[in-house]
Design a protein around this ligand. Structure first.
Ligand code: ADP
Ligand code: MG
Length: 311
């Protein structure tokens, strides 16, 4: 006999050991109850992943459990918030216990690493759709925003760019000698949670790279009413991404590919010395609107556009 909705929740999602003392009431009632410590703001975000839109049908459930949480924690990271608790809404075409077991393992492995409580959710039947809402804490007034970049700021990124983009190319049939790192990044990105919190009080603006560098920087430029020039030669590229560009000539891939979940942030020159996290300087914020790219000494205008679902 298939599991009932309630046995399913009990068996797979009400099993977590970590319980914060700020979680006054967890899974089981109509709402969860949280007490927010004085002096903090709640940062709230939600992200959905739909089968055949955000991930391929038949994707590994452990990696899906990891990724749906990771993309939400990445939003908290980009605001400098400390993950607090999460809710999980699952829409499932059927009850597949092996799938649910692996999904829950991937989800809770990451949740435990970041000490987040799963405090509730919803479970429905329909086309496979995963939604997490994540709550984080940030000291009142100190959240990192998109709207506060200043002309003269240095633009920095964490990690490498285009790694998940290469992973997607590999999934679409591109042959790469060492595909493991790129596929891992695409399937199981790591949210830069500690780095985001370390940027509080240092960075002027911050965003996580989910849709692609140029589109995501475009949000900072638009909301801060500034422009920017990026230096192509400065972009942090892994050996595999460099080999891909040499092979295909597709030098724009690391600028436009999404899913890396690295952080892109801007820092005023007087604070750059205080940056004690690994980063690469890739450009500068300018008062002239628009996005430009310096490639081998030539300045190219760039379109600061992101992936959009309805266009
Ligand atoms: P309601 O009908 O009041 O919305 P539900 O029957 O949907 O409540 O859920 C019962 C309890 O289980 C609630 O506390 C809800 O937050 C929790 N819950 C439901 N689905 C999930 C899930 N996928 N993960 C975690 N908690 C869940
Ligand atoms: Mg419900």
């Amino acid at each position: 006999m298939p599991l009932s909705e309630f046995t399913l929740i009990e068996r797979f999602f009400n099993q977590q050991k970590v319980k914060k003392n700020t979680t006054t009431l967890g899974i089981g009632d109509d709402c969860a109850l949280l007490s927010v410590p004085a002096g903090y703001e709640l940062a709230v975000t939600t992200d959905t992943m739909v089968e055949n839109v955000h991930f391929f049908a038949g994707s590994d459930p452990y990696q899906l459990g990891h990724k749906i949480l990771a993309v939400n924690l990445s939003d908290l990271a980009s605001m400098g918030a400390n993950p607090f608790s999460v809710t999980l809404a699952l829409t499932l075409p059927s009850i597949d216990e092996n799938w649910l077991q692996a999904f829950a393992e991937g989800f809770f492995a990451l949740a435990e690493r970041h000490s987040v409580d799963l405090i509730g959710g919803d479970t429905t039947s329909g086309p496979l759709t995963l939604t997490v809402q994540a709550l984080g804490l940030v000291t009142s007034g100190l959240a990192l925003k998109r709207s506060t970049a200043k002309p003269g700021d240095t633009i920095c990124v964490t990690g490498y760019l285009g790694v998940a983009g290469l992973g997607l190319k590999i999934k679409q049939g591109y042959h790469c000698k060492q595909p493991e790192a790129a596929l891992k990044r695409f399937n199981q990105p790591e949210p830069q949670v500690e780095i985001g919190q370390a940027l509080v009080g240092i960075a002027n603006a911050c965003i996580d790279i989910s849709d692609g560098l140029t589109g995501d920087i475009g949000h900072i430029l638009q909301q801060s009413r500034v422009g920017a020039c990026l230096d192509w030669e400065a972009l942090p590229l892994s050996q595999a991404v460099k080999a891909y560009i040499e092979d295909t000539g597709d030098w724009a891939m690391p600028l436009t590919a999404g899913d890396d979940y690295e952080l892109c942030f801007t820092v005023s020159p007087d604070k750059i010395k205080a940056l004690n996290i690994p980063h690469t300087k890739i450009g500068v914020i300018e008062s002239l609107p628009g996005l430009r790219l310096n490639k081998s000494g030539n300045i190219h205008p760039l379109e600061a556009k992101s992936f959009e679902h309805f266009t």
